[in-house]
Design a protein around this ligand. Structure first.
Ligand code: T1G
Length: 688
């Protein structure tokens, strides 16, 4: 047989085992021997039943690295077609993760049994695709169209218990799964056929469900924000109800071929690998420090969210505040946040209690002496940070890691305020810290390699997407955010409106435009930062001087009547902009969407190039991971640096030169690396 597929016998049952570490992706070198095995077992006279099992985890899908290349036969559909011609019972033994093509392979079997900890799903939509191995046509036949629609459009795997209840699997076992599968298969063989392939099971496909299906599909489509895959997924599941099996299968293929060749899927596949690349820090063999107990200093919005993220990852957390009152307020907020999750059904009361049991509150630094990691989340002021780190340095045990959640300040300076700069690192969480995926891990000059490796591993353990960045003002994300916003005031003065700019951003795929985002976060935050840096923004400063900070004051760039969160145009802002433009002698004109896109996004990309030049980010793809996971850059565009490739570096440089000439602003002056990359057509020379 082959190294990747082996066949063993257990009585009359043949066990086909796939072994292609790390996740048993269905690469060509797996598919070919798998096909051979199935063909030979199909007519094997002494084979009563067949079990498909895997070493490690069940198949986690097609091999994503093969996409975009010519498909080598047999492809997955051909293998499943053979599987469905086998008259003797076939059983998939699922443990770990059965995802994408892996679940589709299992849907080609007559029966599926699973370990109680198994996860089953069709996450292709997260790669800008739809299940291309018959999943959209077979899954609805087992779980019903509405359940299938939810699973395929969300791409979120389900657990074994839910899969059993939904009719996706036939039994759940704890341990010795392959042996259980052999017993199950023998029993089925003993009962005798015929065994109905899933493709022939139409019982759950009720045309009468179409109206309800279309309503649900329409709701999901509204959330797609320009992504093609969710729409294609819904269409393909609908075909399973409305069309005969073969026609629906052919239609699925057509949609798959179109999507896999498209920019959106290329972008999302880029992000899949970029996230994994970003988590690779130099020195695979570095011994990580043991982290069991964590301390968090500050129980405000950020501190509370960070403490929850750590507890959700299974860590014991000591929350320290300056006063009892502040501590109680912080712990009450944590309790309330968990209660909200319970009320929404996304957390059980039992798990809530388990998590809360991991928290300990204190107002005494001495209670941090047994912590392996302490994360500081106090007010964003250098003097306060230094005071905290000085006190931490005095109490923390040798080898403890001291982390700061600063989003702008110089981590080298903070580290220098301790006697152990090698143990200091930045952990820049994004608000709400218990939800947002991104963690910018700031490597200071003296941060020890094992500290970095330990925090990257910890980040993955608490479900975060880690990206290691160097020290500069605003690190990668906030620094590029500033560049993106540099010209937004000029756009207003020259003729655009906040609504217009925000609409262009949401059409581009952003969850929200800069003015709505400013109102949501609070205009006073930017105002304080500008004042600290001696910078001004005429319109925003005027609003803040008038006490209009956005949603929290009911008025900002938009109006929020009666506490509503829905922004309404603010005529006073439009008048203010006109007055300021007149004051500055700026003739207002109509400004198009393209101009708005380029004057906001091109400086951002240019800043990204400078960040790469300075080594603040190791790879262009790291910048993409930061922006997609921390700032909502549209996944279908792959992140700012990937999108720059789609947009065309020559075009970007041409327009940057144009605006640099017109405005004289540095953000438009093309970075040398950008010109260099335009010659080579990609972010080469800098791993991407
Ligand atoms: N193809 C190729 N490589 C893969 C892979 C895949 N499907 N899945 C993982 N890898 C690599 C990954 O890049 C990394 O490599 C290593 O394996 C470990 O992964 C026809 C169209 C299974 C939950 O979307 O979600 O089937 O960085 O770090 O955290 O309909 O991997 O070490 O060099 O993520 O333990 C659908 C993708 C494919 C699932 C494990 N399947 N994988 O998580 O490990 S499309 C998916 C995952 C498809 C069919 C279609 C996760 C995991 P390296 P890891 P992990």
């Amino acid at each position: 047989m082959s190294n990747f597929v082996s066949v063993t016998r257990d009585g009359g049952v043949a066990v086909v085992t796939i072994d292609n570490p790390p996740v048993n992706a269905l690469s060509f070198h797996v598919r070919e021997p798998l096909m051979q095995a199935l063909v030979s077992l199909r007519n094997g006279p002494d084979v009563a039943a067949i079990v498909i099992a895997c070493a490690g985890t069940f198949v986690a899908g097609a091999d994503i690295t093969e996409f975009g290349k010519p498909v080598r036969q047999p492809d997955l559909r051909a293998i499943i077609a053979v599987l469905e011609t086998i008259a003797k019972p076939t059983v998939a033994a699922i443990h770990g993760t059965a995802l994408g093509g892996g679940l589709e392979l299992a849907l080609g079997c007559h029966f599926r049994i699973a370990d109680s900890q198994a996860k089953l799903g069709l996450p292709e939509v997260k790669l800008g695709l739809l299940p291309g191995g018959g999943g959209t046509v077979r899954l609805p036949r087992l779980v019903g169209p509405l359940k299938a629609l939810g699973m395929i459009v969300s791409g979120t795997p389900i657990g074994a218990a839910e899969a059993l209840a939904a009719g996706l699997i036939d039994a759940v076992f704890d341990g010795a799964l392959t042996a259980q599968a052999v017993r199950f298969a023998s029993e089925m063989a003993g009962k005798g056929g015929p065994f109905t392939p899933v493709r022939e099971r139409d019982g759950r496909l009720d045309q009468a469900e179409l109206p309800a299906f279309d309503r649900q599909a329409a709701e999901l489509a509204q959330k797609a924000r320009g992504l093609e895959a969710p729409i294609a997924c819904a269409q393909s599941v609908r075909n399973a109800i409305a069309l005969p099996f073969e026609e629906a299968l052919a239609a699925e293929r057509e949609l798959f071929v179109k999507l896999v060749a498209g920019d959106q899927s290329r972008a999302q596949r880029h992000l899949f690998f970029a996230e994994r690349e970003a988590a690779k820090v130099a020195g695979k063999d570095i011994v990580r420090r043991k982290i069991a107990r964590v301390g968090v200093i500050g129980a405000g919005t950020m501190g509370g969210g960070i403490a929850m993220a750590l507890a959700n990852g299974g860590f014991s957390v000591t929350v320290l505040e300056a006063t009892q009152e502040a501590l109680q307020r912080g712990l009450a907020m944590i309790d309330k946040n968990y209660a909200v999750s319970v009320s929404r059904g996304s957390l059980s009361e039992e798990v809530k209690q388990q998590r809360l049991a991991l928290f300990k509150g204190s107002i005494d630094y001495a209670d941090l002496v047994d912590c392996d990691l302490i994360v500081e989340a106090v007010f964003e002021e250098m003097a306060i940070k230094k005071d905290v780190f000085g006190r931490l340095d005095a109490v923390a045990k040798p080898g403890a890691i001291l982390a700061t959640n600063t989003s702008y300040l110089d981590v080298n300076e903070i580290a220098a305020s301790t006697s152990r700069p090698q143990g200091v690192v930045g952990m820049h969480f994004f608000s709400p810290a218990n939800i947002m995926k991104l963690l910018e891990i700031v490597r200071a000059e003296k941060t020890a390699p094992d500290v970095l490796a330990t925090i990257v591993e910890l980040a993955r353990r608490i479900g975060k997407v880690p990206v290691v960045v160097g020290v500069c003002h605003g690190f990668v994300g906030n620094r590029m955010l500033a560049a993106r916003g540099t010209d937004s005031e000029a756009l207003l003065l020259e003729g655009a409106t906040p609504q217009q700019i925000d609409r262009v951003f949401s059409d581009f795929g952003w969850p929200m435009g800069p003015f709505q985002m400013g109102d949501l976060a609070g205009l006073d935050i930017g105002w304080r930062n500008r004042k600290a840096r001696g910078e001004t923004a005429m319109i925003a400063d005027t609003l803040c001087e008038q006490g209009h900070f956005g949603q929290k004051t009911g008025r900002g760039f938009y109006l929020y009547e009666n506490g509503s969160r829905t922004p309404a145009p603010n005529p006073e802002v439009e008048a203010l902009i006109r007055d300021k433009a007149a004051e500055k002698g700026i003739a207002r004109r109509s400004i198009g969407a393209d101009e708005i896109i380029e004057r906001a996004h091109y400086p951002m990309i240019n800043e990204g190039a400078k960040i790469l030049e300075e080594g603040i980010a190791a790879r262009a793809s790291d910048i993409d991971v930061v922006w997609v996971n921390g700032y909502g850059f549209p996944v279908g565009k792959g992140g700012p640096m990937f999108w720059a490739g789609l947009e065309g570096l020559d075009k970007i440089i041409g327009r940057l030169d144009h605006w640099h000439e017109r405005t004289g602003k540095d953000v438009f002056k093309p970075a040398p690396l950008l010109r260099q990359m335009a010659e080579t057509g990609a972010w080469e020379g800098v791993a991407s």
